[in-house]
Design a binder for this molecule. Structure first.
Ligand code: NAI
Length: 668
């Protein structure tokens, strides 16, 4: 039987010690086997007339219980089945509460979600005050909410103070969890958790320690719930995301009635939340995050990366500075930057200013001076380059200059040094021709501001070796970025899929929608910035040139560029005034092509259709091998709403992918 040993009961006199150990997994989770093992354990405990109390402890270091298996949640499709699945948890935890003897959760490491809900159904909780202990109900951050009793038992335990951490998905260290009443006793890192848990349990059994739970007054719950609702809507900028909203509803309605009735209310709301598209989108994003948290895991199996000894950055402009900041703060690697002499001191001052800001916010592991000591700036190709084994080129976007720079750098560094370009638009293969040994040449496309954007695109040219890609994945892991791996393509992945955002916005504008309407439609969809404001920020000339480069004529953009309106930041004039409102002078520059105003939904659907059509084309042409690369890129590269799981996942969830292409991107 697969579940044998998952909950292993050993009797020590009148005390039962249950060790939790889900086999073959780094963490204990509620897999199907684990649930059935727990039910058999309950049968045993209910029949164990010799027991006076039970301690639950994990057999895994650093993990008490991490809660539900998200894959299982993701598979839930029908209301009835989901409700039935939840009933199993509810009835199991009710049986645990009703055992007739005290139970103790002995916590070290993660105690999260359904794992914490299990601990909440125990009589008391003891936790180790260690760096590894993390306690909380993070479900709302995954678009769902704690549905195995969390919204009912936690407020009944600690009062209305439970509402905020539930809605925020706050994860607490043991000390903080004790302060608010979740944990009854702490043990130090060096104490024996198992022995202390048994001692505590015996004190409870003997009556030496009485666990008193204050009765909380929930009469103001309606007003508090309303405030909580407004708070959530503020963080989502008015968007209703089912998980947190239904969590509030569960607490508002459930805390007015008995626990049993409250659990029933929670269950019905949870079914609605977990079956929502946003829950599925959020869980998808969680998996994308997990995949990209460790870029090294995407390297070829068994690959041993060459450690990066020194990085050279060519060009100390906007991007070169940003890349230097990231390497200095994230690694111990020395950085040599080359640019013209007059660019060096301003560049250094900029890097220091940003690092100082990070230090003030306690975001650096070492003093700024130590980091700055690793930065060498030069206007010559001197000895500093001798031990460089990764070059990142970020000079002007001009192929002639790039040609000259590659000629020089290839003469300077060793034949095995990896050479990466941060180009945003020059075809990789045209530059590979300038590099001796083009298999060591690849794109490493950062986003601006580099130190704030988590994404980087690793671009394979036709001749780039897998070894180069793997070594770059290792480097990206060092600087803690999330990688999209792709082949060369105009706009690579992110800008190619984002391109419809700009283009369609101009079409809506010319068809009669106002600037405000268009931006609002996409902010409501969940994009951080509307397309017209983004155009203004990126540079109206930049967007115009991108379209022109693709043979597309865009009259509104051309009119603005010709009028010297390159964007508010760039030329002091664009679509908007400094106070954020639309500049009325811009209206006469927008040609009206057809009076065909679109609704918010029509605009959103048109852009999504266009985005996923581009996405499909990228997959069809093998620019990416995996749809996850597109969704990952759009979420971390453009702020595409995480609860929608990326454009391709959202296309699947809403039925658009099937409608357009007869199939989904992710199967099923
Ligand atoms: P920038 O104009 O801010 O900086 C370019 C720097 O290169 C200047 O400091 C210039 O003095 C230096 N430079 C020119 N010739 C050089 C040479 N022969 N040797 C050493 N340094 C030289 O440009 P930016 O924005 O930093 O762009 C650099 C590259 O990054 C371009 O290929 C661009 O397409 C790409 N990129 C830019 C992004 C952005 O948002 N600015 C985003 C992603 C990529």
């Amino acid at each position: 039987m697969a579940n044998v040993g998952i909950f292993e009961l050993k009797k020590e006199g009148n005390i039962g010690v249950v060790t939790i150990n889900v086999p073959g997994q780094p963490m204990n989770t509620w897999t199907e086997d684990a649930i059935s093992a727990f039910l058999s354990l309950l049968d045993d405990l209910e029949n164990a007339s010799d027991l006076k109390g039970v301690v639950f402890i994990s057999g895994k270091t650093g993990n008490f219980h991490a809660g539900a298996d998200l894959n299982m949640l993701n598979k839930m499709t029908g209301k009835e089945d989901t409700a039935k699945g939840l009933d199993i948890f509810h009835s199991a935890f009710k049986r645990l509460e009703a055992l007739g003897f005290p139970t103790m959760a002995a916590i070290e490491g993660h105690c999260l979600g359904g794992g914490m809900e299990f601990a909440l159904a125990c009589t008391a909780r003891i936790a180790k005050d260690s760096r590894l202990t993390q306690i909380g109900l993070p479900e709302c951050s995954l678009g769902i909410f704690p549905g195995a009793g969390g919204t009912q038992r936690l407020p009944r335990l600690i009062g209305m103070a439970a509402i905020e951490p539930i809605l925020r998905g706050t994860i607490l260290p043991a000390v903080e969890a004790q302060k608010i009443g979740i944990i009854d006793r702490l043990v130090t890192e060096h104490e024996d958790l198992s022995a202390e848990a048994k001692k505590f349990l015996e004190e409870i059994i003997s009556g030496k320690q009485v666990i008193e739970r204050p009765a909380h007054d929930f009469t103001p719950i309606d007003a508090v719930a309303e405030m909580a609702r407004q708070g959530v809507l503020k963080t989502t900028r008015g968007r209703v995301i089912p998980g947190p909203m239904l969590a509030i509803k569960s607490m508002q309605d459930g805390l007015k009635v008995s626990l049993a009735e409250g659990l029933e209310i929670e269950k019905n709301n949870f079914v609605e939340a977990v079956l929502s598209n946003q829950a599925k989108g959020s869980i998808h994003t969680f998996f994308l995050k997990t995949m990209s948290d460790k870029p090294r895991s995407l390297m070829s199996k068994g690959f041993q990366p060459t450690p990066i000894k020194k990085v050279a950055i060519l060009g100390f402009g906007t991007m070169g500075r940003g890349i230097a900041i990231d390497v200095l703060r994230g690694t111990q690697i020395p950085v040599v930057v080359k640019d013209v002499a007059q660019a060096l001191e301003p560049g250094k001052a900029f890097v220091k200013k940003i690092l100082d800001g990070m230090a003030q916010k306690n975001k650096l592991k070492a003093p700024v001076d130590d980091l700055m000591n690793r930065l060498i700036v030069t206007s010559e190709y001197g000895d500093e380059f001798k031990d460089v084994n990764l070059v990142i080129e970020a000079v002007f976007e001009d192929i002639k200059i790039k040609e000259q720079v590659y000629g020089e750098i290839c003469k300077t560094v060793s034949d095995t040094c990896i050479i990466a370009t941060n180009t945003s638009s020059i075809p990789m293969d045209s530059m590979a021709a300038f590099v001796t040994g083009p298999e060591r040449f690849a794109g490493l496309h950062f986003f601006s501001p580099v130190w704030m954007m988590q994404l980087v695109e690793i671009v394979r040219g036709a001749k780039t070796s897998q070894e180069t890609v793997d070594n770059l994945l290792n480097f990206v892991d060092n600087i803690r970025k999330r990688p999209v791996i792709c082949r060369d393509n105009p706009g690579f992945v992110v800008n190619a899929v984002l391109f419809p955002y700009f283009l369609s916005a101009m079409e809506f504008l010319e068809a009669g929608n106002t600037i405000e309407e268009i931006d609002k439609a996409f902010v409501q969809f969940g994009m951080p910035v509307g397309p017209i404001r983004l155009t203004d920020e990126v540079g109206i000339d930049v967007c115009f040139n991108v379209l022109k480069g693709r043979g597309l004529r865009q009259d509104t953009l051309r009119n603005l560029v010709e009028a010297g309106r390159l964007g508010l930041k760039k030329s002091g004039k664009g679509f908007f005034l400094a106070d954020g409102t639309v500049d009325p002078d811009v209206l006469s520059l927008i040609p009206r092509k057809a009076e065909q105003k679109a609704t918010d939904e029509e605009m959103q659907s048109k852009v999504l259709t266009h985005m996923i059509t581009v996405g499909k084309d990228l997959l069809d042409r093998s620019i990416v091998d995996d749809p996850r690369m597109i969704d990952l890129g759009m979420i971390w590269g453009t702020g595409f709403p995480a609860d929608r799981g990326g454009p391709l996942k959202w296309g699947d969830l809403t039925g658009l992918s099937k409608e357009l292409f007869g199939k989904t991107f992710y199967g099923a």
